[in-house]
Ligand binder design. Sequence first.
Ligand code: NAD
Length: 253
Amino acid sequence: MKLNLDFTGRHVLVTGAASGIGRVTANAFAAAGAESLWLVDLDEAGLAAAAAEIGPRAQTFAADVSQVASHQALAARVAEAGTPLDALFLNAGIFYPTPLADAPEAGYDKLFAVNVKGLFFGLQALLPHVRDGASVVLCSSVAAQYVLPGYSVYSATKAAVNAYARQWAHELAPRRIRVNSLSPGPIETPIFAKLGLPQEQLDGFMGSLGQMVLLGRVGRSEEVAAAVLFLCSDLASYITGIDLPVDGGYLAF
Ligand code: NAD
């Protein structure tokens, strides 16, 4: 049995590719030989920097994943390229607290629009351009199962992501397209700085997250990327409809 994570000749799409987990994962696909990479994000400067790291195999598409029209435009570009997708990592997401007592409606709607609706209409638009036998990985979170006080809406969006993976695994099985979700534990990325906390409070928050993990530390994006590549590779050819925690033992705590 040949055990490798070779993506030579494969065409890959990553959303949320301008930063954090998505950017590192796009780089990992490139290092594993992917022939072309679509990098999708609304952060144009970050996208340009991510594409520069990869070189000419990377194509950028600036889009807000909460907008259905963005996905249709992206699908048209992928169709034009004429190379159906072999692996999709639908990873773009946002994270902030929504206390039950006073969280505003707009914050609620945005979390669901980006983290949930964006996945549905993204995959719907791209499906005609996905190769039979391809692999789709949805980025969920341990928050789907574990209580993070004050983050109930984020948690609910990620529970929806887990449900999508199981449902779509069924719907797409006739085309042998595998669909799985992956749940990172706390991973050191720019997502936490976006909370706007003072540095001292942010350090305290990250430290407390690290202590909630069996391995005693927050994780690195590279550790998530390795699991994404595994799920998208031929090594995972008999895995569909699961949620894979990549959490240093957070859920086992
Ligand atoms: P990040 O903020 O570094 O990266 C997220 C990327 O998504 C950014 O480049 C951002 O511009 C993009 N994005 C946000 N909204 C978008 C939109 N509407 N349209 C297009 N792109 C958009 O964060 P990250 O930590 O790398 O998070 C990636 C995924 O991992 C998210 O789905 C997040 O919920 C999930 N996750 C992260 C952690 C963690 O600890 N970092 C833990 C569990 C799950």
